[in-house]
Design a protein around this ligand. Structure first.
Ligand SMILES: [Zn+2]
Length: 107
């Protein structure tokens, strides 16, 4: 099988510090379906209140994961050169949020 960037339905993209290639962090279609059905069976009380597995998946992978640089936390490897994600691969969004928090703390 030819190597290629992961085709994600939910998640975000980061750039490898070694080779500069774009990488995807998140869930592909099948993983997202599994996540959503697992979440809904584990969280019946939330589902009863109108929450959906899609919403949880969206929140966790499109919002929280990027804000926390989950690819660094989980030591994801570049699909192309196998380099492990380092602090240099932080996303602009995570850096921006950190700067914002620092700014608030200093005031
Ligand atoms: Zn790379």
């Amino acid at each position: 099988m030819q190597k290629q960037i992961k085709q994600i339905e939910y998640g975000y993209w980061w750039n490898c510090a070694e080779c500069g290639t774009e990488n995807a962090y998140g869930l592909n279609e099948q993983e997202a379906e599994d996540y959503i059905s697992d979440w809904e069976s584990d969280n019946a009380e939330y589902v009863a209140e109108g929450e959906t597995g899609e919403g949880a998946c969206d929140w966790n992978y499109n919002v929280i994961a990027e804000e926390n640089d989950a690819h660094i936390e989980e030591k994801e490897k570049c699909w192309k050169c196998d380099a492990v994600a380092t602090a240099e691969t932080r996303t602009e969004k995570a850096k921006f949020l950190d700067a914002l928090i620092d700014n608030i703390v200093q005031k």
